[in-house]
Design a protein around this ligand. Structure first.
Ligand code: PHE
Length: 338
């Protein structure tokens, strides 16, 4: 008899016999006869190695399915017989419960939501833009002329047709200005990319939350007020901030804002490059040229903008000393933050 027929016959026999079993002892004998070390099905599975590859696949597949099925039916039958013996299903209430694994958000998403939540309560709306952006929205409309050295600071990965992986979320400013009239008060969270050397503070992919507010009479004091209110809420009242004059083509004046390195208490560590401070955001008053390019009257309106690095905020707040940990996705690391 062909081995597949033999298997088929065995399945039929097993099914018929199983139905007729009426005691736990008989069930155990049945199990040993088929699935025990010297059982009939075990013998077939053992014999697989001497078959051709083709046969192995066919017979192996069917035999394993039969085995799983039989195991299931035997357990079912056992429950049935046990219930029959006492008249009820026997449950052991002293057994420990089965642990249930709950999924949760990644630290980056968690921090992103915290940041967005705080700004929403301060009256900002949310907007987003594409990860693959045009040169126009990422650079040109933001006052970066084609050969301007400021582009070197944000080298990126270019795709076809003048498209690139966006280096910052600032392009969302232009996209929103084009379709709205002031007052505009928006935050734009999202993923950005840079062709950068990877180290404990910088990665080739990261996240930013952009914020911008254009209205009549918006001043640098409003920017400072908003950022300070945010930082106190996010990090806690004791946080120390430092403003450094800086340059961005689309803001004037511009500043970079550092947070006192919470990780080393300002003493200096690899995360803060032994400076005691870590840059978390760039900001400034929106350059009148930018407003002009989107046809906002720059005599009447002024605005501020800022862009913060989400990973940096996460590292500081949760005292993690290496940005790469956020992207390795080691469950033991990730599940500490929920
Ligand atoms: N887009 C700038 C960056 O990625 C940050 C920034 C945003 C600066 C808004 C000023 C205003 O570095």
């Amino acid at each position: 008899m062909d081995i597949l027929d033999q298997l088929g016959q065995l399945e039929q026999d097993a099914q018929r016999e199983l139905k007729e079993l009426s005691s736990l002892e008989a069930l155990e004998k049945f199990r040993v006869r088929y699935l025990g070390k010297k059982g009939e099905l075990t013998a077939i599975l053992r014999g697989l190695k001497s078959l051709s590859t083709d046969q192995k696949r066919q017979v192996g597949g069917q035999a394993n399915k039969f085995k799983a099925d039989l195991e299931f039916r035997i357990n079912e039958k056992r429950e049935e017989l046990l219930a029959g013996a006492t008249g009820e299903v026997r449950l052991d209430h002293t057994l420990p419960g089965r642990p249930y694994h709950h999924g949760h958000q990644h630290l980056i998403t968690l921090v992103m939501d915290q940041i967005v939540g705080i700004f929403q309560r301060m009256g900002f709306e949310i907007a987003d833009g594409p990860d693959i952006e045009t040169d126009y929205y990422n650079f040109e409309a933001l006052n970066f002329p084609p050969d301007h050295p400021a582009r070197d600071e944000q080298d990126t990965f270019y795709v076809e047709n003048d498209r690139l992986l966006r280096t910052h979320t600032s392009g969302v400013q232009i996209r929103e200005f084009e379709i709205r009239t002031p007052p505009v008060k928006i935050i734009a969270p999202g993923r950005v990319f840079r062709n950068e050397a990877v180290n404990s503070r910088s990665f080739c992919v990261f996240h930013q939350v952009e914020g911008f507010y254009v209205d009549t009479n918006v001043s640098f004091a409003d920017l400072k007020g908003a950022l300070e209110a945010f930082c106190y809420e996010f990090f806690g009242e004791g946080i120390k901030l430092r403003y450094r004059p800086s340059f961005f083509p689309f803001t004037e004046p511009s500043a970079e804002i550092d947070v006192h390195c919470i990780l080393c208490g300002g003493k200096g560590c690899s995360l803060c490059k032994y400076e005691g401070w870590l840059e978390i955001l760039g900001a400034g008053m929106i350059d009148p040229n930018v407003l002009d390019a989107v046809k906002y009257d720059n005599e009447k309106y002024s605005g501020y903008a800022f862009g913060m690095g989400v990973e940096r905020m996460a590292l500081l707040k949760y005292q993690v000393n290496d940005i790469r940990l956020l992207y390795e996705n080691d469950i033991k690391f990730i599940s500490q933050f929920r």
